[in-house]
Design a protein around this ligand. Structure first.
Ligand code: GUN
Ligand code: FE
Length: 430
């Protein structure tokens, strides 16, 4: 491909070629991978000579190729819950979310939503996601099947919630763990699919269910773990009542084997210094969900403290608490939220850092650095083609950008699904 090209160095620095080249070829496993990426001038002659008559060059004038976006936390069954107003997290769960999720007992309904969801991710340029299903095992099957069909790298899991939940979404302790193990064996590592052990959050799992989840996480050490933590003050007060012996909300998970590499906790707003140190020591990652946190009035993720503690983090939509599938909306919300803990008059996070958090940074936080979220040699070739001519305003504004940060900021502020001309998933040959 010949086009403008965005990618990231290992240290997170954005690399950009106005006249770039992205070469893609099947890797040892047959999956399309990045063979070379850089300037057309520097790379094209040798690559074209090597490839000989097999080379096909697609010219994309005026377009920008960038890594496919990685959404670190999203709920596919909440696709239709977006924009349901409530006075905070717990009323929102009870009034909208649980009643809606109970519909996923119907496998045909789950399949229909899963198909719409995957299409919507791709339409918005999201090529990898870590997503919740519902407590119904068939809801996870439905999403895995849809992602498999498109060869996406996608991670999901059946939700564990055996208490403080209404009929229709509550599961049964022992059966929930049997079902989880069966799903791990059925789907984890099938092509690009991954399983995530998914306790909804501490208040809706019994002691036995949390311990069982931790035991599975130890036995299947390369599956993911996903949950929620420290999102909302009422939620935190409830956890303190339910787990009076725990030093903190996060410690409830730590004490049950649920913090390790490939464990991802959404929100992480109301953490203290010891919690942040624990996140860092265990290589547990935070899924920062700014549109959700603004919509549900949960609070603001503290980037300054997270950076000081060297926490792993990346961006997430958290649809349907979150309000958009679009990574551009999420990055802009993160820019607004990123002033927390800084000089509130000054600039917030750098545009290239926002973009990194939703691509290479998110992949790193998921333990998938060098696999997805970037376009360096060896990465799986998932990418998006951006068309800045998509709207008159974006065309005008990007034409005036004097440097990369100004260009990226124009796209973040003005971009939406119209900017995504194409989402390309790396295919496997043969
Ligand atoms: N905490 C427990 N369940 C949920 C959920 O579905 N969404 C959000 N935002 N927080 C939660
Ligand atoms: Fe969530």
């Amino acid at each position: 491909y010949r086009s403008a090209l965005l990618r990231f160095a290992d240290d997170g620095q954005a690399l950009y070629e106005e006249d770039g080249l992205l070469a893609v070829a099947p890797g040892p496993d047959g999956r399309e991978r990045v063979l070379a990426a850089g300037s057309w001038q520097a790379l094209s002659a040798q690559l074209l000579a090597q490839a000989g008559a097999d080379a096909v060059v697609e010219q994309l004038p005026g377009r920008i190729i960038a890594p496919g976006f990685v959404d670190m936390h999203i709920h596919y069954p909440q696709t239709d819950v977006i924009g349901s107003p409530a006075s905070g997290l717990l009323p929102w769960l009870n009034d909208y979310t649980f009643p809606h999720e109970s519909r996923f007992v119907d496998a045909a309904y789950a399949a229909e939503v899963a198909q719409f969801f995957v299409d919507e991710l791709l339409r918005n340029g999201v090529t990898t996601a870590l997503t919740f299903a519902t407590s119904h095992p068939a809801s996870a099957d439905a999403l895995f099947a849809q992602a498999h069909k498109r060869q996406m790298r996608l991670i999901t899991g059946k939700v564990l919630q055996d208490r403080h939940s209404p009929d229709g979404v509550r599961d049964e302790t022992e059966q929930s763990l049997v079902d989880t193990e069966a799903l791990i064996r059925r789907w984890h590592g099938v092509d690009r699919l991954g399983y995530a052990i998914t306790p909804r959050f501490a208040p809706t799992s019994s002691e036995a269910q949390l311990r069982g989840a931790g035991e599975l996480a130890a036995r299947y050490s390369d599956v993911w773990i996903q949950s929620h933590v420290a999102e909302n003050l009422d939620e935190i007060a409830w956890v303190r009542e339910l787990f009076p012996d725990s030093r903190s909300y996060l410690q409830v998970y730590a004490d049950r084997g649920l913090m390790r590499e490939r464990a991802v906790y959404a929100h992480c707003i109301h953490l203290d210094a010891r919690d942040r140190a624990l996140m860092h020591e265990t290589r547990t990652a935070a899924a920062v969900s700014p549109t959700s946190n603004l919509f549900l009035a949960s609070g603001f993720f503290d980037y300054a403290q997270a950076d000081a503690a060297q926490m792993l983090y990346g961006l997430a939509s958290d649809v349907g608490g979150g309000t958009s599938f679009s990574p551009f909306r999420t990055m802009l919300a993160a820019y607004f939220v990123g002033r927390e803990g800084r000089d509130k008059q000054g600039l917030s996070l750098a545009p290239s850092h926002l973009w990194w958090q939703h691509t290479a940074g998110a992949a790193q936080a998921l333990g998938l650095a060098g696999v997805v979220g970037n376009l360096q040699p060896g990465c799986e070739a998932d990418f998006v083609v951006l068309n800045p001519q998509a709207t008159l305003l974006i065309a005008r504004k990007t034409a005036q950008a004097r440097n990369l940060e100004e260009l990226l900021f124009s796209l973040i502020v003005l971009g939406d699904d119209r900017l995504i001309e194409r989402s390309r998933i790396a295919q496997k040959q043969g």
